[in-house]
Design a protein around this ligand. Structure first.
Ligand code: PAF
Length: 289
């Protein structure tokens, strides 16, 4: 199937009118990789037998800080369209910034306390930018369902919470992280890594795995096992610089204490060279659930 390419709101509205339900939206910033392919496939499954998949491709300036990589973020629309065609996408909405933000965005979404910690603390304004654009995309595309990657665990939790708190009536599905053969979570930003930085970066999933393996001995052991590998990699060449390592409740993103039992997410953000990477792994503590 060759997807309809809509570059404007009007073009999207025209294409949307011809779509059969359920309409499933996959919001992306483009530079589609195998992680996105998994999202498209899940969206296709949800839309079966008669529904349609819409993919948005928009590098959202509102979620980039002044010193972040907005200008150099990869933009590969032709290749993105090929993947969308392969995966049976009906419509690709790829607006320019002036279509999404025709004037200054005065009203934005406040992500609340869950948006202030971890990624929100390291990247001020990030989740306001994400939730605002997601809300706008929801209004423009009018999907029944939307699909997001579990790699961005905090983003997924915030989108779910926004959808519930603001009664948006859109089903949210999370798709497990796709990893390359070395274990590195597939990400558009992996393209920035040199061969040496990639070797250093592999410590990130290894540390999370070590943490997950310690789940039987409690939260402190999980953090200690993961921290040991991250600390060691601080002396690698090039070094791994850890921004945060945390063990949180997946619903609230509050850090879990020593006696916690139940589902949790172990997550970390690191930097090697000038590339910042995030990753996470789910686990169950205390043998409960
Ligand atoms: O995860 C992303 O690619 C972006 O944060 C999203 C959800 C498309 C919003 O710009």
């Amino acid at each position: 199937m060759i997807p309809v390419l809509a570059r404007t709101r009007l073009g999207l509205a025209a294409a949307r009118r011809g779509l059969r339900s359920p309409v499933v939206l996959v919001p992306t910033m483009g530079a589609l990789h195998e992680g996105h392919r998994a999202l498209l496939r899940r969206a296709r499954e949800i839309s079966q037998p008669n529904g349609s998949v819409v993919v948005s491709v928009f590098v959202n300036p509102l979620q980039f800080g002044p010193t972040e990589d907005l200008a150099r973020y990869p933009r590969t629309l032709d290749a993105d369209l090929v993947m969308c065609a392969e995966e049976g996408v009906a419509v690709v909405f790829a607006p320019g910034p002036a279509q999404m933000y025709p004037r200054e965005q005065m009203i934005t979404i406040d992500p609340g306390p869950m948006g202030q910690v971890l990624e929100g603390a390291s990247r001020p304004g990030f989740f306001t930018g994400v939730l605002t654009v997601v809300q706008k995309l929801f209004h423009l595309v009018k999907p029944d369902e939307a699909v997001f990657g579990e790699k961005d665990a905090q983003q997924l939790a915030l989108v779910r919470r926004m959808t519930e708190d603001l009664d948006l009536g859109i089903g949210i599905t999370g798709v497990p992280t796709v990893r390359d053969p070395g274990g590195l979570a597939v990400s558009s930003r992996n393209a920035y890594l040199s061969a040496e930085e990639r070797t250093t970066a592999l410590v990130l999933p290894a540390a999370l795995r070590a943490g997950v393996e310690a789940a039987g001995t409690g939260p402190d052991a999980v953090l200690k096992a993961a921290r040991a590998l991250l600390d060691e990699a601080a002396h690698a060449q090039p070094p791994l610089v850890t921004d945060y390592l945390a063990l949180v409740d997946p619903g609230t993103f509050a850090q879990v204490g020593t006696g916690y039992a139940g589902r949790a997410v172990l997550l970390a953000a690191v930097k090697t060279g000038s590339t910042r990477l995030i990753d996470n792994m789910p686990l169950v503590l205390g043998g409960a659930i």
